[in-house]
Ligand binder design. Structure first.
Ligand SMILES: NC(=O)c1ccc[n+]([C@@H]2O[C@H](COP(=O)([O-])OP(=O)(O)OC[C@H]3O[C@@H](n4cnc5c(N)ncnc54)[C@H](OP(=O)(O)O)[C@@H]3O)[C@@H](O)[C@H]2O)c1
Length: 263
């Protein structure tokens, strides 16, 4: 225990990557963690690692099933103190003949799936006994700059970012805080399929540790690592240079491109 009052925290996308590491770190601090994703077997393995974790499988895109999830959460706890909306998916468009339906699929998970979670979580957050319940949305630094082939993923994350920045204003009267977390590149199953250079790639446990530490102060935004934020700011100052730079990167095999590269 870290001396703080334990919270009841619902984390989506907890079967792998960032969500899994966040669940373990927050449970290790003594919090009660409700861990969701579709892969029940992985959630049960996670719950077996710490008795503070309860597995609650769900598909966040299944609007009807999500409505009934609320009563399943209430069987575990009558209220939520924090939600970490982390579940997400990424598909790229391959030009000149992209699969346009990927845009809808990615929006379904990242934006509309997350919206289903918000609808479910808000009444439970309002019942919290903590001073200020907390909504944390895992967005991405992709919203800071355009990347080739990232039309679907980038648009879904930009939509999330606006949604949560706006929601923060509407929840202020209920004393509910909203933090948007924007990770850079983190080594997870989601990025392992990338075949382009990923500058400043971080290990998943280190990234989750940074998130846990920094969301405690409830900033509006938390973007990391800062050196990636600095690099991406180039796209605003010199958009033409940025475009040439990412085009050259895209043409370069990942194994030849230096720091932070994984296949
Ligand atoms: N890795 C990075 O570099 C990076 C950078 C910026 C932002 N992010 C964001 O961080 C979040 C976590 O990603 P990650 O990198 O940790 O990838 P990951 O290991 O692939 O994790 C994605 C999680 O989302 C869950 N998920 C996907 N579709 C779902 C659905 N329909 N219903 C419920 N759960 C679903 C997956 O579980 P199931 O398959 O079991 O459902 C999995 O637990 C994502 O929102 C991602 O966009 C990642």
């Amino acid at each position: 225990m870290n001396g703080k009052t334990p919270k009841v925290i619902w984390i989506t996308g907890a079967s792998s990557g960032l969500g899994r590491s966040l669940a373990l770190q927050l449970a290790n601090q003594g919090n009660r963690v409700i861990a969701s994703a579709r892969n029940q077997a992985e959630l049960e393995k996670l719950a077996a690692q710490n008795t503070n974790i309860v597995a609650l499988p769900c598909d966040i895109t299944d609007e009807e099933a999500m409505q009934s999830l609320s009563s399943r959460i209430e069987e575990i706890s009558p209220a939520l103190d924090q939600v970490i909306l982390n579940a997400g998916n990424c598909e790229y468009l391959d030009f000149p003949d992209p699969d346009w339906s990927a845009v809808r699929r990615v929006m379904e998970v990242n934006f509309f799936g997350t919206l289903n979670c918000v609808k479910l979580a808000l009444p439970l957050l309002k019942k919290s006994n903590s001073d200020r319940p907390h909504v944390v949305a895992v967005v991405s630094q992709v919203t800071a700059a355009p990347f080739p082939r990232a039309e679907a993923y980038g648009a879904s994350k930009a939509a999330m970012r606006y949604f949560f920045d706006s929601l923060r204003m509407d929840l202020a009267a209920d004393d509910i805080d909203v933090t948007v977390v924007n990770p850079g590149f983190v080594d997870t199953p989601l990025t392992r399929k990338n075949d382009f250079p990923m500058p400043f790639l971080m290990q998943v446990d280190e990234a989750a540790e940074r998130i846990v530490k920094n969301i405690a102060a409830r900033p509006r935004q938390y973007s990391f690592p800062l050196r990636l934020s600095a690099l991406l700011s180039l796209s605003k100052i010199l958009p033409g240079v940025w475009q040439k730079m990412v085009a050259a990167d895209a043409a370069m095999p990942a194994k030849d491109s230096g720091e932070g590269v994984s296949k």
